[in-house]
Design a protein around this ligand. Structure first.
Ligand code: C2E
Ligand code: CA
Ligand code: CA
Ligand code: CA
Length: 277
């Protein structure tokens, strides 16, 4: 038993070492990707549930590495946060989105951008975001910031409220992403100058077969409406999910049922065709 234990110990040692080596490699690759501005942005359509008509896009960062292949943001966003690179990454995404909005300016189509809690925690965030958007000559009204409930840390409630109020005054739209998965109090949410609640895909996935998912989704929609907010559901893959959301009073959605996130060059022709019609 003792020697087995020792072997096991060795095994864990080796794998922990390997894990560190992999992480170090990923870290170096990410630093390089940021330095060379190699990150890309894909766009997922948001649509009206009743008509499947396009109402906007969500920008999602993408990283294609020559050796590592496609690296998921689920992996490299937390790494960027850990390494203190998230502000730089976030600004590159915002710059890309602004360039895209310039190209799409005839369509005046809104794009939402994911903002990490750590980006928002930076006291310079509002100023820098405003500068980027001004330099690109983009109307802030076309940009919606998707914040998660983790952005709304109770200890910084007043500071966050102040920032969100500033962003709102500049014209940016504000959305709470992954809604229903965090712990923010409703009385605090009510004080924030929000435009949209986005229902988390974990609830949408369980529609319509799971009763508690149906009840939670219905409650979020009712609450959003009571607060005068737009409600959008993400992760819609099946028509039955869309049907449930529609009858529960949700207006908008996103998901593979209509389209996965796509590169901008795939989207522009469709937008142009729609504009001509
Ligand atoms: P999120 O903001 O909740 O984005 C939704 C995720 O669901 C995206 O994954 C999207 O591609 C995926 N998705 C869309 N439709 C469907 C569907 O019908 N079914 C399923 N199963 N999934 C769907 P992605 O692109 O891998 O992004 C993962 C997460 O990484 C995002 O979750 C967001 O938290 C973060 N992220 C992505 N881009 C950025 C960014 O530019 N900045 C920051 N801070 N975070 C980002
Ligand atoms: Ca999002
Ligand atoms: Ca989400
Ligand atoms: Ca999510």
């Amino acid at each position: 038993a003792k020697s087995a234990g020792r072997n096991q110990y060795c095994f864990y040692q080796a794998s922990a070492g390997q894990q560190n080596a992999d992480e170090l490699k990923l870290e170096q690759a990410l630093r390089e990707a940021l330095r060379l501005q190699q990150l890309d942005v894909h766009y997922q359509p948001k649509f009206a549930l009743a008509t499947k008509q396009l109402v906007g896009f969500e920008a999602l960062v993408r990283w294609q590495h020559s050796e590592l292949g496609t690296v998921s943001p689920v992996l490299f966003i937390p790494l960027a946060e850990k390494l203190g690179l998230i502000t730089a990454l976030g600004e590159q995404v915002l710059q890309r989105v602004c360039l895209q909005l310039q190209q799409w300016q005839h369509f005046a189509i809104p794009v939402s951008v994911n903002i990490s809690a750590l980006q928002l925690a930076d006291t310079e965030f509002v100023t820098r975001l405003h500068r980027i958007v001004q330099l690109a000559d983009i109307a802030p009204q076309l940009i919606e910031l998707e914040l998660t409930e983790s952005c709304l840390i109770p200890e910084q409630a007043e500071q966050t409220l102040h920032q969100l109020t500033q962003l709102k005054a500049l014209g940016f739209k504000l959305s709470i992403d992954d809604f229903g998965t965090g712990y923010s109090s409703l009385s605090y949410l009510r004080r924030l100058p929000l435009d949209t609640l986005k229902i988390d895909q974990s609830f949408v996935q369980d529609l319509p077969g799971n009763i508690s998912a149906c009840q939670i989704v219905s409650a979020i929609i009712a609450m959003g409406k009571a607060l005068g907010l737009d409600v959008i559901a993400e992760g819609i893959e099946h028509q039955q999910q869309l049907d449930f959301l529609l009858q529960a009073g949700c207006d908008k959605g996103q998901g593979y049922l209509v389209s996965a996130p796509r590169p901008a060059q795939d989207i522009t022709p469709a937008l142009s065709a729609k504009a001509i019609k």
